[in-house]
Design a protein around this ligand. Structure first.
Ligand code: 8YV
Length: 316
C-alpha cells in the first residue's frame, strides 16, 4: 500500500446503495461506470487508485488493471472469479477477495425453486388462475420432482447445498466434479455426458472457468433424456446457448430453468419465446439478507486492506 496516496476505491460497476454509501463515507470512491470516457478517466486518475470493487458477474478487465499501477486489491461482490484474470492478479501481486460463504444457501434455494417451478409449471398455473381460465378449463398436468434423479455438475459448497435440499425431496443424487468426494454419499459420474444421460434434472453449479466454458453443448443435450430439465444457477458461459435453444425447440430436452446467460442482461429472443423455460434475471443471491452480508464482506475487505491487516476473504 502506498500511504502517500488517497484511500481510493474504483467502482467498476454499480453496487447496492448500502455498500456505495459505506464506501463513500470512508474512502474516495470513483465510479468508472459513470465516466463518458473511461480510458481518459483512467489515464488521469488511474495512478492514484489502489483498490477496485466489482461484481462477480462483471469482474475487471486486464486493460483496466493495466491502467492501475498502484492496484493492490480487487474486492468482488460475489463468489465468481471467472471475470477476473487470476494469472494477471497473481503476477501483479494484486489480492482478490470474494464474498465466500454467505450466498450458498440462497443460490441453492433458487436452483430448487427453478427446478420445482419449471417441472410443476408454477408460472403457467399462476397465469391460468389470473386469466380466469380455470373457470372454463381444467389445468394441465406437470412433471413429478420427488424421487427423481438430480445430476449436479460441480460439487462445491453450492452443489452440496443443492444436494442437501434435493435429499429432502427424496431425489437420487448424482454428481460430476474433477474427482469423487469420498465424504459424500452420492453417486459420482466421471464425466458430464454420463451425468447428463443419467439425470432427470441436470443442475449446473460449476465455476465459469475457461475449461468449463461451453461444456454444455449439443453433444450433452443429445444424451439427455427427452423428459430432462436443465437448471443453471452458475454461469451462462457454461452453456452453448444456441445449442440449448435448438434442444428446447426440437424437444431434445423438456425444459430449462435459467438464472444466468451468456451475455447478460441480454437474453436471446428465442429463449424468451419458448413455453418450456423459466427465466430469472441473475438473482440467485439477491435477497435482502444475503446482499447485506455480501456488502459487509466487501467493505470489511477494503477496510482491512487500507488498515494493512489480513484480508478476511482473500482467495489463493
Ligand atoms: C451476484 C454472482 O449476483 O457470486 C457471484 O459470482 O454472480 C452473484 O452472486 C453478482 O456478483 C452480483 O451482481
Amino acid at each position: 500500500m502506498n500511504t502517500s496516496l488517497p484511500r481510493s476505491v474504483l467502482l467498476v460497476a454499480p453496487v447496492m446503495d448500502e455498500l456505495l454509501n459505506r464506501l463513500t463515507e470512508s474512502f474516495q470512491v470513483y465510479r468508472l461506470y459513470e465516466q463518458t470516457n473511461p480510458a481518459a478517466f483512467l489515464q488521469e486518475f488511474g495512478s492514484q487508485i489502489q483498490t477496485v470493487v466489482t461484481r462477480g458477474d462483471v469482474g475487471v478487465s486486464n486493460s483496466i488493471i493495466e491502467m492501475l499501477p498502484e492496484l493492490g486489491l480487487i474486492a468482488i461482490f460475489g463468489v465468481g472469479t471467472d471475470a477476473v484474470d487470476l494469472s494477471m492478479t497473481r503476477s501483479h501481486e494484486i489480492a482478490v477477495t470474494v464474498t465466500s460463504g454467505v450466498l450458498t444457501n440462497d443460490v441453492a434455494d433458487l436452483a430448487m425453486g427453478l427446478l420445482l417451478a419449471g417441472a410443476r409449471k408454477l408460472v403457467q398455473g399462476h397465469t391460468f388462475v389470473c386469466e380466469g381460465r380455470w373457470l372454463s378449463n381444467a389445468p394441465g398436468l406437470a412433471t413429478q420432482v420427488s424421487g427423481k434423479r438430480i445430476g449436479i455438475l460441480g460439487m462445491g459448497n453450492i452443489g452440496q447445498a443443492i444436494a442437501r435440499r434435493a435429499s429432502g425431496f427424496d431425489m437420487e443424487i448424482l454428481y460430476t466434479d474433477r474427482q469423487p468426494n469420498h465424504k459424500l454419499d452420492y453417486q459420482w459420474c466421471p464425466d458430464v455426458h454420463t451425468l447428463a444421460h443419467e439425470s432427470d434434472f441436470l443442475v449446473l453449479a460449476a465455476s465459469g472457468s475457461k475449461e468449463n466454458q461451453g461444456m454444455i453443448d449439443a453433444s450433452v443435450f443429445n444424451v439427455m433424456p427427452d423428459h430432462a430439465w436443465l437448471i443453471n444457477i452458475a454461469r451462462g458461459i457454461l452453456v452453448n446457448e444456441n445449442d440449448l435453444i435448438a434442444a428446447l425447440q426440437e424437444g431434445k430436452i423438456a425444459g430449462a430453468g435459467l438464472d444466468v446467460y451468456a451475455d447478460e442482461p441480454h437474453v436471446p429472443d428465442e429463449l424468451i419465446a419458448l413455453e418450456n423455460v423459466i427465466l430469472q434475471p441473475h438473482v440467485a443471491s439477491a435477497t435482502f439478507e444475503t446482499r447485506k452480508k455480501m456488502s459487509d464482506i466487501v467493505f470489511d475487505n477494503v477496510s482491512a486492506w487500507f488498515n494493512q491487516v489480513p484480508l478476511p476473504n482473500k482467495i489463493d
